[in-house]
Design a protein around this ligand. Structure first.
Ligand code: NAD
Length: 246
């Protein structure tokens, strides 16, 4: 029995990295997928890979920080599949630099995409979500503090607060809202970190290596499945022990 048979899932930022890995795992587990990204060409490749495996999938060009785009993503999903069971709020960006050099526009952009974008997707997906629905948000190991990421760590700490509040507000509808906090995951986002810093980060992982995106996809799968029906408001660190070793 496939673990997401009969479920419809929206995954944001599905064109690369963790979102792509999650889309592929969810498709293999029987989910119907609405996949969103700003990078249409990248998303197109992921969608054709998944279609080739026989899964039902709809691509949507959507900037999660744009309310009109998010509303369109929700209505496109409902037109295609008639319901929404799962939202994986995965799209996220970094604009790293130390505080004295951080421009207001870099602060605003990161907060807009990571925090407001997650809020908008959650707000409009939850409004249409079935009883028993699941939302999985994305924080980061950076919530513990990371030099050069004042905007990013603040946005991700905001996501944790949002997760706890949404969990309380939607519990009466038996909808669970949780959050994953990835450590150093081997994706284009991690590749964009200067090599010296990347090596230093990986050196802090007790389990000894950067984590493959599929490991986060597996945590998404668990928190999106009926096996997690009584877990809500939680943040799960998937970080090879980095958060306890820091
Ligand atoms: N890679 C890591 O080490 C790591 C660590 C902690 C947390 N995270 C978080 O995990 C999530 C996924 O990260 P990743 O490493 O796979 O990133 P990535 O950069 O490899 O992929 C992110 C995807 O999101 C898309 N995207 C960016 N802005 C968007 C927007 N406004 N609207 C829609 N799509 C948008 C990008 O086009 C890209 O396809 C992010 O929220 C990130 O902050 C990653």
């Amino acid at each position: 029995m496939k673990r997401l048979e009969g479920k419809t899932a929206i995954i944001t930022g599905a064109g690369a990295g963790i979102g792509e890995a999650t889309a592929k795992l969810f498709a293999a587990q029987g989910a119907k997928l609405s996949l969103c990204d700003v990078a249409e060409e990248q998303l197109g490749k992921v969608v054709s890979d998944i279609k080739a495996e026989g899964a039902e999938v709809v691509p949507v060009r959507c900037n999660v920080a744009d309310e009109g785009d998010v509303k369109n993503m929700i209505s496109t999903t409902l037109e295609a599949f008639g319901k929404i069971d799962i939202l994986i709020n995965n799209a996220g960006i970094t604009r790293d630099t130390l505080t004295p050099r951080m421009k207001e526009e870099d602060w605003n952009l990161v907060i807009d995409v990571n925090l407001k974008g997650s809020f908008l997707c959650a707000k409009y997906a939850l409004a249409k979500m079935e009883r028993g629905g699941k939302v999985v948000n994305t924080a980061s190991i950076a919530v513990l503090g990371n030099k050069g990421q004042v905007n990013y760590s603040a946005s991700k700490m905001g996501v944790i607060g949002m997760t706890r509040t949404l969990a309380l507000e939607y519990a009466r509808k038996k909808i669970c809202v949780n959050c994953i906090a990835p450590g150093a995951i081997d994706t284009p986002m991690l590749q964009s970190v200067p090599e010296k810093m990347r090596e230093a980060m990986i050196g802090k992982i007790p389990l000894g290596q950067a984590i493959a995106p599929v490991e986060i996809a597996r945590a998404h799968l668990f928190l999106s499945s009926d096996e997690a029906n009584f877990i809500t408001g939680q943040t799960l660190f998937v970080d090879g022990g980095m958060s306890i070793g820091i």
